[in-house]
Structure formats: structure tokens, C-alpha cells
Design a protein around this ligand. Structure first.
Ligand code: GLN
Length: 310
């Protein structure tokens, strides 16, 4: 029997289309030029089946969604104890690019705000690794999760690098606080490159389904992310993934999630399904307006809320 899911997903997109609020990220020209009419959704089940609708082959930069996966890599490469010494696990309630550290420990509050994500990037591979080695490791790992070779969008990378004052400031703050010890410019350069990796919603849904499947890739059957890292990443996504909208999201949608400024959102329902939505218009917190609406509809219609009936 033909699955009713593709038609349902198309209907969800049509409902979300009427919401024209928000605007694409404006801080670099390359993102500001994004076509706001683009919209897509994909669901990847833990058995590897994937369903999608809309502009599901349109690529956009992964941006902050990379933070969830790179945090997992940092845990794998440096060990959880070292990662915990360097990055906290508390929601900050701050904007994603806030220059802030925990008062007592000097650690960034969590790995989903830029300060924590830049630190996680620095922990990938090893203490003396170069930006190239780290981004190479990250690109390979994300490609494996997506099930195809991904590429860096060089235009986005160059544009972000030209306008990196705030992230550079965060890098120097981390160096001054003793959280990172290498050249902050190199670390931020690598972090910016990680954010500029292009994906589509089908890639993101499959990457997320691996998180939902205890780190085992649904298609290859390979344990790509260790179970302990998966638990850590999903917990952080639940509490910090939507920045200062995390509480709003958890109560309304009720699944661990992560957003990016290019308009992507992933949602992970452990044991069941990885969700990815995309549309460039963002709200004032930097989350995709239609992406949120799509996830809210999916959560309500399919009763995905982890805490009970939607
Ligand atoms: N590259 C962006 C930045 O570091 C990513 C932020 C995001 O997606 N929220 O500012």
C-alpha cells in the first residue's frame, strides 16, 4: 500500500506557506539573498525509510545544526570528562552569539551557543590539530551520517569569514579564559567552515535518524556515534537546541531539536524518527518561522510530544 505520508507532508507545507513572517538571516549577503519561498520537510525513520516533500533537493548551509554533531565528535575524540571540563550543559537563555561564560567555571554555558560550539570544534581530533584537520574530520563524519559526500559552500564560508568579528571576539574570550589554548583565529576559521557545509532536508533527516537510532546509521547499520554521546547530545538538544526559545519549543513541540540561521531545523524523537524542516525566514531568535510551524504541526498530528499527548 502506498504510504499516505508524502501527501500529508505536502499538506503540512501548504499550511505553513501562508506564514510570511520573519526574514532570512541578514548578517551576510549570501544568506540574505536566500529565496524565502523555498520550503521543505523530510522524515527519516529509524528503519531507514525516508519521506520528503517540497524543495527537498535545495541545499543550504547547515550552520548551527552542525553544533549538535560536532559536540558528539568532541566527546568521541577528547572524552566526556574533558568536554565537561570545558563546556557546560545549562541552557543560557541568551542569544546564540552572546559573549558569555559561566561565572564560577569560566566554561561556555552549553555547546549550542557559539562560545560552546567554538570550544567543541577546538576539541575535535586533538589538542594540536589544524583547522584543516578538524574540518576534514567533521566533513567526513557529517557525510557518513548523511550517506553522501557533502561539500563546503565556499561563498558562505568566505562571506562569514569577512564578517567574523563577533565570533573572533568569542574566540579571544575563550583563549583569555583558558578554555582554548590554540590560536583563536584558527579555531574560529574552522568553526565557520563547519557551519558552511551544505545539506538538504533529506541529509539532515537521515543524520538525525542516526541520533534517534542510538547512533547506529539506519541504512548502513554502522555504529557511527557512540551511545553515550547520543544521550548527551539529545539531552543538550532538548534543553538548549533552540537557544532562548528552548522552553517555548519543548513545551509546544516536545522533542530534542536544533536550528541553524540558514533556515534548517532538525527534531529527533528517540527510537522513532528524525525530522528536518527548511525555510529561510527567521524569527527574532534566529529560528526558522515556517520550520517551527511545520514541526508543531507534525508533533500535534503525529502525537510526537515526548511528555504526553499533544
Ligand atoms: N555561522 C553562524 C554563526 O556562527 C551560525 C549561527 C547559527 O546558525 N545560529 O554566527
Amino acid at each position: 500500500m502506498k504510504s499516505p505520508l508524502p501527501d500529508y507532508l505536502q499538506a503540512v507545507l501548504e499550511k505553513a506557506r501562508s506564514n510570511e513572517n520573519g526574514a532570512p538571516a541578514g548578517y551576510i549577503e549570501t544568506l540574505a539573498r536566500a529565496d524565502p519561498s523555498k520550503m521543505a520537510v523530510a522524515l527519516a525513520m529509524v528503519d531507514g525509510k525516508i519521506y520528503s516533500a517540497g524543495d527537498d533537493d535545495v541545499e543550504f548551509s547547515i550552520q548551527s545544526i552542525s553544533k549538535a554533531f560536532v559536540y558528539a565528535l568532541a566527546i568521541e575524540d577528547a572524552g566526556l570528562d574533558r568536554v565537561m571540563q570545558k563546556i557546560g550543559v545549562e541552557p543560557s537563555g541568551d542569544k546564540f552569539n552572546q559573549l558569555s561564560l559561566e561565572k564560577k567555571t569560566n566554561r561556555p554555558m552549553n555547546p549550542m551557543i557559539n562560545a560552546g560550539a567554538i570550544t567543541a570544534h577546538a576539541l575535535v581530533v586533538g589538542p594540536n590539530s589544524t583547522a584543516e584537520e578538524r574540518t576534514d574530520r567533521i566533513l567526513k563524519a557529517l557525510s557518513k551520517l548523511a550517506g553522501r559526500q557533502l561539500h563546503v559552500d565556499e561563498e558562505v564560508y568566505e562571506a562569514e569569514l569577512r564578517d567574523a568579528d563577533r565570533n573572533m571576539a568569542i574566540g579571544y574570550m575563550l583563549k583569555a579564559a583558558g578554555i582554548i589554548s590554540c590560536d583563536p583565529r584558527e579555531v574560529v576559521r574552522g568553526y565557520i567552515r563547519q557551519c558552511a557545509i551544505n545539506v538538504n532536508v533529506r541529509d539532515l533527516a537521515m543524520m538525525t535518524a542516526t541520533l534517534c537510532n542510538g547512533g547506529v546509521h539506519p541504512l548502513s547499520g554502522e555504529q557511527i556515534i557512540p551511545q553515550l554521546s547520543v544521550r548527551q547530545v539529545l539531552s543538550i538538544m532538548a534543553t538548549c537546541g533552540m537557544y532562548d526559545a528552548a522552553g517555548d519549543w519543548l513545551t509546544r513541540v516536545g522533542i530534542p531539536a536544533k536550528s541553524g540561521v540558514a533556515g534548517g531545523i532538525i527534531g529527533a524523537l528517540p527510537g522513532q524518527v528524525g525530522i528536518a524542516a527548511f525555510s529561510p525566514n527567521l524569527d527574532e531568535r534566529g529560528n526558522s518561522v515556517r520550520g517551527i510551524e511545520i514541526c508543531e504541526m507534525l508533533s500535534a498530528d503525529m502525537e510526537l510530544h515526548m511528555m504526553g499527548i499533544s
